[in-house]
Design a protein around this ligand. Sequence first.
Ligand code: 8YV
Length: 314
Amino acid sequence: MTQPTPVLIAGPLLPSLQTAVDTHFAATHYWELADQQAWLQAHGASIKALVTSGVYGASAALLGQLPNLEAIFSFGVGYDAIAVDVARDRGIVVTNTPQVLDDCVADTAMGLILDTLRRFTEADRYVRAGKWPQARFPVAVKVGGKKLGIVGLGNIGQAIARRAAAFDMEILYHNRSPKAGVDYRYFADLDAMISACDVLVLAVPGGKATDRLIDGRRLALLGSKGFLINIARGSVVDQPALIQALQQGTIAGAGLDVFEAEPQVPESLLAMDNVVLLPHVGSGTQETRQAMGDLVWKNIEGWFYNGKRPLTPV
Ligand code: 8YV
């Protein structure tokens, strides 16, 4: 009988995925190891695959201690936390979970747009605090008719555009090149789009190419009536500059599902009423997380049981 293949699991997975990996492989739970360094020195060379997520990632340092790694299977679409350059150089395949989460992430973006402009969460706090009998809650900002500027019109960006169009928003977008088959207004120049829009939504991948793309100067272009929505990565925004812009009224408000150093959210943001803060729940529904887990498993199957043919390599 052949021995099960040794794999490393970076952190706790969706239970059904974890059970599948534990059942079919000789799986080591990295997060449960008392001495990770000692374990890597003794056993790192035996590991053929790493199962991880967009959150746990796979650092260059970790990959350096897995010299015979063949594949990295990640739960999540974003792979900015995975050292893909190192993987490419070594011929290690990396897979992610595209498309299956587009709808839920776009729903989250739309929810943040509605909540941030209409101040629903703030209004909920107002009712709970018993303030309604004393005074009416102040009026908010209408969503319909506003210009939505989408940075990154990939699958998620397009799903956001479709939803926002149904709310009668006018769609503008900035992308490396115009998208075929859409009639939204294209801006080659990001600054020009930010100056033209009322609500700026970030739907680009994280990583070096987009690091602090939205800085203090660009927030000033968004303007005192403008709103920022981020469902991409905290790294895309200069967070201290955002906090300053919110404090000084340089922009009107923000809806954030992602932060610079998750799960830490600065006190200054917690103290503000004109921000809606979510704990990175963009893809977080039972259905979508199951679909993501199923896709991770299909990639594992494709690699190990179907001639090294993963379904969704990056
Ligand atoms: C997380 C995400 O990866 O897909 C992504 O890129 O940001 C999320 O779906 C997920 O929460 C991982 O646990």
